[in-house]
Design a protein around this ligand. Structure first.
Ligand SMILES: Cc1cc2nc3c(=O)[nH]c(=O)nc-3n(C[C@H](O)[C@H](O)[C@H](O)COP(=O)(O)OP(=O)(O)OC[C@H]3O[C@@H](n4cnc5c(N)ncnc54)[C@H](O)[C@@H]3O)c2cc1C
Length: 403
């Protein structure tokens, strides 16, 4: 194999290139990315970057890394088509690049709910450094921010804005916060934490249209029930959609993401997919798509190993995730889906945690400000409930006893 092309220069794309070299690939590596500049990390965009504006701190690797590792990075170039017959990636500038293997790492983009007024000045979204810089610039003059969507990014932003003294209203359509990703007890706890921070949280509330003032600038959001929330800035944070269009047009099988098998190969063995855009087989045989740094990084490492070593076991990394909301670090290990038993833990000296079981085996653990328990949980996913009960659900003690 002489030449590997990676489409997308985000977290997963960069890891792919780095892991190929780590695994000993000596051929050509070409990264093609739509965003300008060096690959950077997104998580701080809704956290540290909002406070310090330090774009340099986001960069994943300095320019010298690409030179030393002989990785060609072409930024600011959109791939518009994949020709699978000739094995070429075709760019908007009409250049064509032949590959022996192609990795699609095109990530996801923000979903825009079908409500009128989203074009109004003062309405923002947050996915890229450009988005984050625009929000930072707007915040200096913001008195009341409206966040549409009570998921991770909306709530991270809400906590940051409250810390900066800005009034915040969160509008969430579901009956609870972070409902796609958290257990009901943890959602309820975060509702209390955010209300204690001074954030107004409206649940079961559907944004229906953006209101504007005489200058056309956002002045509020009207809800489906007619209520109006006044504000001079709005962040739309209603989830993301995977960037599958390239793959679909090339005839690859897609289903809530580019469908890959246990080796992260697409329906064309010459093409792999990873990260936010990849739908891969989960532990219960279902296809899952994760929007997390861990998945993007672990996928890339797995693909590099598969391309350079003859045989490796199917991908089965334990998923983990974090979200910093004010002074609270939420960490999740494992997958919450289809848990049938929840054991809430309320340590006297800390924030609550939850253990989620499926068919008597530990499926996921949610913790707040408890990195030690989170790390233990990552090693204990799949452990049976009797073993953990014998240790009074003290995960660290269970690990020690069975080390
Ligand atoms: C504000 C924010 C906060 C986050 N916080 C956390 C967190 O706390 N913890 C966590 O685990 N995860 C977090 N995430 C999610 C995490 O950043 C993503 O899961 C991760 O970046 C996925 O990596 P990826 O390589 O799949 O996609 P991305 O990093 O999104 O990279 C995809 C790249 O592909 C490019 N691209 C798309 N189409 C084309 C094309 N046709 N041609 C060329 N290039 C293309 C895109 O422009 C983009 O640069 C956060 C995300 C955001 C936006």
């Amino acid at each position: 194999m002489d030449r590997i092309i990676i489409i997308g220069t985000g977290q997963g794309g960069l890891q792919m290139a780095a892991s190929l070299r780590q695994e000993g690939f000596s051929g050509e590596i070409l990264m093609l990315g739509e965003e300008p500049g060096l690959p950077y990390q997104r998580p701080p965009l809704s956290k540290a970057y909002m406070a310090n504006g330090d774009a340099g701190a986001l960069v994943l690797k300095p320019a010298s890394f690409y030179e030393r590792a002989a990785i060609t990075l072409r930024d600011g170039v959109r791939v518009t088509a994949i020709d699978r017959a000739t094995r070429e990636a075709i760019c908007a500038d009409d250049t064509r690049h032949v590959y022996d293997h192609l990795v699609i790492a095109t990530g996801a983009r923000n979903m825009r709910p079908p409500i009128p007024g989203l074009q109004a000045p003062g309405v923002h979204e947050l996915r890229t450094l450009t988005d984050a810089a625009a929000i930072r610039a707007a915040l200096a003059a913001t008195r009341h921010a409206i966040v549409v969507g009570g998921g991770f990014i909306g709530l991270e932003f809400a906590a940051m804005a409250r810390a900066a003294g800005i009034a915040v209203t969160v509008i969430e359509a579901a009956p609870r916060l972070m409902s796609r990703a958290l257990s009901p007890p943890m959602s309820a706890h975060f509702l209390k934490l955010h209300r204690d921070m001074g954030t107004e949280v409206l649940l079961d509330a559907k944004a229906a249209r953006v209101l504007v003032d005489g200058d056309g600038h956002v002045s509020g959001v009207e809800l489906a029930d007619g209520r109006q929330v006044a504000g001079d800035m709005a962040l739309i944070a209603t989830g993301v959609r995977p960037n599958i269009e390239l793959a679909e047009a090339a005839g690859l099988v897609c289903q809530n993401g580019i469908l890959v098998d246990g080796t992260l190969a697409t329906s064309d063995p010459a093409i792999s997919a990873l990260g936010d855009v990849a739908a891969f087989p989960g532990p219960l045989g279902q296809s899952i798509r994760l929007e997390s740094v861990q998945a993007a990084v672990d996928h890339a490492r797995h693909i590099a190993k598969r391309l350079l070593k003859a045989e490796i076991a199917p991908y089965a990394a334990v998923p983990w995730f974090w979200s910093d909301q004010g002074k609270y670090k939420l960490q999740i290990a494992g997958l919450l889906t289809e848990a049938d038993e929840i054991i809430p833990l309320a340590p006297p000296d800390g924030e609550p945690a939850t253990l989620l079981f499926r068919h008597g085996r530990l499926a996921a653990v949610e913790t707040i400000n408890a990195p030690g328990i989170h790390m233990a949980a990552r090693r204990l996913i799949g452990c049976d409930i009797q073993t953990l009960r014998a240790h009074d659900f003290d995960l660290k003690a269970a690990i020690k006893a069975h080390a």
